[in-house]
Ligand binder design. Structure first.
Ligand SMILES: Nc1nc2c(ncn2[C@@H]2O[C@H](COP(=O)(O)OP(=O)(O)O)[C@@H](O)[C@H]2O)c(=O)[nH]1
Ligand SMILES: [Mg+2]
Length: 403
């Protein structure tokens, strides 16, 4: 199962440009509001250093790609139409969009750091819009949607509790399929001081507090401060960091990434996504506009922010926000290959804390039957089935049948 990451934000913040540059498809880019009417899903990649150089072997990846020593792991990126005010009430297909957003594992909340959109998402004079309130507006829509789920099901929860269900179970049930588990609900009830209150006595303030906290802990989100190529955007980036100091905020220029990936595709430059540099290969084939654009990216983006931020945002979402570790399971411990002889064929992303048993389950549920232990092929260690895997572990599973 691949990881799903959703792009949310107001119209014209640059979600589709981000999506296109990360997936390199040719979705229409336009500044008319509501061009993207339905959610679009595409394949992007999380990128991490491959282990093959360390083992001094060449690999033949199967579920991922290996380029210049970097592993590209496919993930699903979803471009959601801009959310508008009262989306949670169903305005502008809001309910549908919010529900798709909630089904993602993590969200990238895109704001226009250049201040180039007004509060309704229309393009306006740069520097007049406010990404801080734009962020807050969209957050409120999400929270209200989580809130509505609880408010709209009061009777159901009440009944379940009266017939013997624990409040944690009764509420968790409402949020099934959108990344909320019982531990989230429990933590929320305790943190909001609602544990001593009867569910039937929750007032609107209580349920809003509940929704706000639940949204925060159950749906990891980072802020993409987009359009940092525009003059003055750095000030808004600083303001965002100050105001939302409990969030990860990444400066991004989706436009610049798009220019680089296009130029790379045409063979004009050598550039790997996320890299902090590029090399011009065919200087004589570039027109003046292209030369200037590349020149600006080198100085104005990479010089100031190291990178365009598109690939970085995806990597941070996968490896930091979602705390994924890269695990390399192999069948043949001598050759580090699968049964077909492919060396280091698969990279599996597992959440920090996942065990050998979880890995077996992820590969094939049958594998958990008779599972004895795993072998750590870096150190030749036997790892018990409850061993919590670490990033870059290379392991082979040993089961009773196979032994
Ligand atoms: N300067 C600048 N403009 C951008 C950037 N990303 C997107 N835009 C522009 O912002 C407008 C809206 O972009 P789009 O991706 O369609 O936004 P969406 O409505 O959020 O999907 C378009 O005119 C884009 O060219 C960026 O990184 N820098
Ligand atoms: Mg769009």
């Amino acid at each position: 199962m691949s990881i799903k990451i959703g792009l949310i934000g107001k119209t014209n913040t640059g979600k589709t440009t981000f999506f296109n540059s990360a997936t390199l498809s040719s979705e229409e880019i336009s500044s008319y509001p509501f061009t993207t009417k339905k959610p679009v899903s595409g394949v992007a990649h999380a990128i991490t250093l491959c282990v093959h150089p360390e083992f001094k072997i060449q690999d033949n990846p199967n579920n991922s790609k290996c380029l210049d020593g970097w592993r590209y792991i496919p993930i699903e990126l979803i471009d959601l139409p801009g959310l508008i005010k009262d989306a949670w009430k169903g305005k502008g297909l809001g309910n549908q969009f919010l529900s798709i957003a909630a089904q993602s594992d993590a969200l990238l909340h895109v704001v226009d750091a250049s201040g180039g959109i007004d509060s309704t998402g229309k393009i306006t004079e740069v520097g007049t819009g406010d990404p801080i309130s734009d962020f807050a507006d969209i957050e409120e829509e999400l929270i209200m949607w989580y809130h509505k789920i609880l408010e709209g099901n009061r009777e159901k929860v009440s009944k379940l509790i009266k017939s013997g269900s624990h409040i944690f179970d009764a509420i968790t049930d409402l949020y099934r399929g959108i990344g909320v588990n019982k531990a989230h609900v429990k933590k929320t009830i305790l943190a909001t001081g609602l544990e001593d209150k009867n569910f039937d006595d929750f007032d609107m303030v209580d349920s809003k507090k509940f929704a706000t906290y639940l949204r925060k802990i159950s749906k990891p989100t980072l802020i993409v401060a987009n359009k940092v190529d525009v003059e003055g955007a750095d000030r808004n980036f600083d303001r965002l960091r100050e105001r939302y100091n409990d969030s990860i905020i990444i400066p991004v220029s989706g436009d610049s990434e798009f220019v680089l990936r296009r130029a790379e595709q045409k063979g004009l430059i050598k550039y790997s996504p996320g890299s902090e540099q590029f090399e011009i290969l065919k200087a004589d084939e570039l027109n003046e506009k292209q030369t200037n654009a590349l020149d600006f990216i080198k100085k104005g983006i990479m010089g100031e922010y190291m990178r365009t931020g598109v690939q970085f945002a995806i990597n941070v979402a996968v490896f930091k926000l979602l705390k994924m570790n890269s695990i390399y399971p192999v069948a043949d411990e001598k050759n580090l290959s699968d049964k077909k002889g492919r060396i280091l064929p698969d990279l599996i992303l597992l959440k920090d804390g996942a065990t050998i048993n979880d890995l077996a389950k992820e590969i094939h549920t049958d594998l958990t039957k008779g599972l004895l232990y795993a072998k750590d092929l870096r150190y030749g260690l036997r790892l018990p089935t409850d061993y919590q895997l670490r990033d870059r572990d290379v392991v082979s599973l040993v089961s009773a049948a196979k032994k």
